[in-house]
Ligand binder design. Sequence first.
Ligand code: CUA
Length: 366
Amino acid sequence: MKTIRNAGFRQVITIVLITIAIIAGGLLIGQAYRLLLPRSASVESEYFDQLFTFTISIAGMIFLLVEGLLLYSVLRFRRRPGDEEDGPPVHGNTKLEIVWTVIPAIIVTVLSFYSYDVLKVVDLQYEDIRSWFCGPYLTPGQVLLEPVKGERLVVDVIGRQYSWEFVYPNYGGVSSAELHVPVGQIVLLRITSEDVIHSFWVPQFRLKKDAIPGVFTEARFTATQPGTYPVICAELCGLGHAAMRASLVAETPEEFETWISSLVSGEAGDGSPVEVGRRLFARLGCGVCHTLQDAGSAADLGPPLDDLAGRAGGRVPGLSAQEYVRQSIVEPQAYILNGYLDVMPAYGDRLTTEELSALVEYLLHE
Ligand code: CUA
């Protein structure tokens, strides 16, 4: 009797120890996984990271349990030398089947409620949050608990092959090839595309939304850490896809005001065609593919544009330098330079006649 009770006790202890080991191992996997993510720099990324860690921890526990049982069974019940018997016939186990149906059902239900909760907080945030899972421990700087006061900053994000443009409707629609935002303030992005589907991705903010032609996709975020972060196109959109990058600069509200004021006064200032062309070149992201010293770009996907005035004339018989450069912008595939691919989108209907002339003048100016 005594030995049987001892054996039962030992079994219980073993099961408890294994359970603790599996839970601890799963939590460890969840934390270790977090180290692989880029540093988190917005209020929202904290929420996503918590959800992600939670999911990976559960997945880690299941992994350890299943693989552990598998390894144990392979070793413990392997065929011994001389054993030619069949295994015992086993058919079904109702209890086990109920257990392995109910447990995943509970896990999936909890995860779906948690995910909905995170989406709700991130998408409907800042108005009146009632959250089940996202506790106040997730709010760096308590930004989330502050209801919106006054106007929020809106940025229209336009994706095009192969650059991003950021327009600030609160500031008279000035535009930039770099996205500047003040830290600690809610920013509403309205993301769209001029041509094909792109995807606006900022890894440090865990923010990824499709840019779809004809549709404005909304995204909200609040940067918490000042810094410069990459904006990456995450949707294969053509040969220049890999080059379709921009920068997001998160800075103090004072720095942001200085930057946006200089942008506003810059656009209002010099209206000479060369100056307008220079701004268009930057705004349209031409430097993503072309080298041009004046614009500080050094890309080689398309032909270099330095000293164009000396080369453009007479390249196509009968076309002046002006006509040739204009044609290359309106209808790039008309004349593809040797060694380059037919990848440039046509800009004919994206520019007004004045803008086109200004751009041509800028590219040909000495
Ligand atoms: Cu745009 Cu990839």
